[in-house]
Design a protein around this ligand. Structure first.
Ligand code: ME8
Length: 516
């Protein structure tokens, strides 16, 4: 089985999970499930980023210690991802001993290789970004991302000699045209590199909440230089050579565009400095936007935890758990995967979720399940008839599998789902044309319903990555044993799998229509 190592960013624990972090994590989970479905040996990870000045600030603001604060907030991520059915293989916390060991080993190697050196540093620092700015990058004297005042920092710092990697990075990008996708984001990364790279200060002495520098005990590593290395800790760097060889050769990072520079410029340079290959691929997605305002990062995180952002941003609409309570977990997951294509920015609104829910789930998928199971009760005695090997829907199903699979493989799960929905539409259209509910019981009705049941069997397999619980429920209702999540493509979607003879259950509507 080919390995496939998929990562999300590890999220800051200065606040609660929000719909922006859920967007990345649900899409990554769906992609991981898709890769399992096609038979890849998937290792899927997420986690929390727990060091740095921002966390110390959040802990202080909440009257507690950084350790207590990170324990509590990291647990909220674990709980949120459990509720949203995120099936990760590993969840890393950067405060774990296994991570300290890897950060120290990796950066010691870079130090030994001569790419880290001590120098005095002073600069303008935004605590929310955990990043320095130059005077001309500020907007009216404040951070361009957060609009908050920057602080003058003066430290004796260790610097990573990023400037030494300009040419090597350009060469690497040239040799790996798909290293960063989509191409607009690749160009942005190239723009950073061509614009000239300055050395990066990678240690702090102003606080102790970080991984200690092994060769100089007065320093801790700067949070980004500890965070990026999490991908190696989980891959088994220095602890499990066989796992590392397989995972790191197949590492795919899914990130948001806000952290492009760190992943697409700093990270490959760090890998080169430590003499390991950069990751295989970085896919950079856009932002969910609400009313033109960025949803994530500090603003919504504060809001989601009941802080300052709450009133302006309708926080109950942007907490993923509140949305899951309202719509159901799978409809939320479907919305996040289907509505905002990975790569560009997209609007996020309550109305948008409702209209997508009604159009695709209530009127299409839900309607098909309800019609088929109802008519099997009334015309076939509740027992599903076998499908017809020569059905006209067989060709549609084959075409659907091909387009669906191609889309998921190129990071376009929204198109994959769109393609799958064409099969649902074709099955609904066939039912409308044949009107089995008006026919007398007999072979003609059986043929129409057997085919529709086979469509549902295949559809459940194909929607499983986005809506795992719904997929299981569809199989259960139509009497197919097992879990569609354990099925393997292409066999599981080959026409003819619905054998007939199983009890079909009508059940309550899967997706009752929503008014607003
Ligand atoms: O940056 N739309 O953590 P973070 C879509 N700890 N995605 C969004 C979003 C939005 N409005 N807002 C946030 C950090 N995200 C670092 C990462 S990795 C080694 C360290 C998602 O908690 C998106 O994936 O600020 C973005 O990149 C990430 O959350 C930032 O999460």
């Amino acid at each position: 089985m080919p390995p496939y190592y998929l990562t999300t960013p590890i999220y800051y624990v200065n606040d609660a999970p929000h719909v922006g972090t859920a967007y990345t994590t649900v899409n990554a989970d769906a992609l991981a499930r898709w890769h399992r479905l096609v038979g890849d040996e998937v290792w899927f990870m997420t986690g929390t980023d727990e060091h740095g000045a921002k966390i110390v600030e959040a802990a202080e603001a909440n009257g507690t210690t950084p350790q207590d604060w990170t324990d509590r907030t990291s647990a909220r991520f674990v709980e949120a991802w459990r509720r949203l059915d995120i099936a990760y293989d590993d969840f890393i916390r950067t405060t774990e001993p296994r991570h300290y060991a890897v950060v120290q080993r990796f950066l010691q190697r870079i130090y030994d290789n001569g790419y880290i050196e001590l120098a005095p540093y002073s600069g303008l620092y935004c605590v929310s970004c955990e990043d320095y700015y130059t005077e001309d990058q500020l907007i009216e004297g404040t951070c361009p991302v957060h609009g908050r005042p920057v602080i003058e920092m003066q430290e004796d710092n260790y610097f990573f000699k990023l400037s030494a990697f300009e040419d090597r990075l350009l060469e690497f990008y040239d040799q790996h045209p798909d290293f960063v996708r989509p191409v607009s984001k690749r160009n942005e990364a190239l723009g950073f590199i061509r614009g000239g790279l300055r050395d990066v200060s990678i240690t702090r002495t102003s606080f102790t909440w970080g991984v200690p520098v092994p060769w100089d005990s007065g320093h801790v590593f700067y949070v980004w230089y500890d965070a990026l290395i999490n991908y190696l800790t989980v891959a088994g760097y220095g602890s499990d050579d066989a796992a590392f060889a397989s995972r790191w050769g197949a590492a795919h990072h899914l990130i948001g565009k806000d952290i492009l520079k760190f992943h697409c410029v700093w990270w490959p340079a760090m890998c080169m400095a430590a003499q390991i290959d950069p990751p295989d691929e970085i896919f950079v997605h856009g932002y969910l936007l609400m009313g033109g305002q960025k949803l994530g990062k500090t603003m919504i995180a504060a809001g989601a935890a009941g802080g300052d952002g709450a009133k302006a941003l309708r926080v109950t609409d942007v907490s993923p758990l509140a949305l899951a309570d309202d719509f159901g977990v799978d409809p939320l997951r479907y919305h996040l995967v289907r509505d905002v294509p990975l790569g560009g920015d997209g609007d996020f609104s309550y109305e948008g979720i409702v209209s997508r829910y009604n159009a695709d789930l209530a009127n299409n998928l839900g309607n098909l399940v309800s019609r088929v199971t109802t008519v099997v009760q009334s015309k076939c005695g509740g027992v599903g008839p076998a499908c017809d090997e020569g059905s006209e829907l067989a060709a549609v199903a084959a075409e659907t599998l091909e387009t669906t699979a191609a889309a998921w493989a190129r990071w376009a799960p929204h198109e994959g789902l769109e393609a799958t929905w064409r099969l649902i539409g074709a099955a609904n259209a066939r039912l409308e044309a044949a009107e089995p509910w008006k026919m007398e019981p007999g072979p003609a009705v059986d043929a129409v319903l057997g085919d529709a049941l086979e469509v549902l069997r295949i559809v459940a397999v194909l929607i499983g990555p986005a809506m795992p619980a719904t997929a299981r429920e569809v199989w259960r209702r139509i009497g197919v044993p097992g879990d569609p999540g354990s099925a393997r493509l292409p066999d599981a979607a080959a026409w003819g799998g619905y054998e007939g003879g199983a009890t079909v259950e009508k059940g309550a509507p899967l997706f009752p229509r929503r008014k607003a």
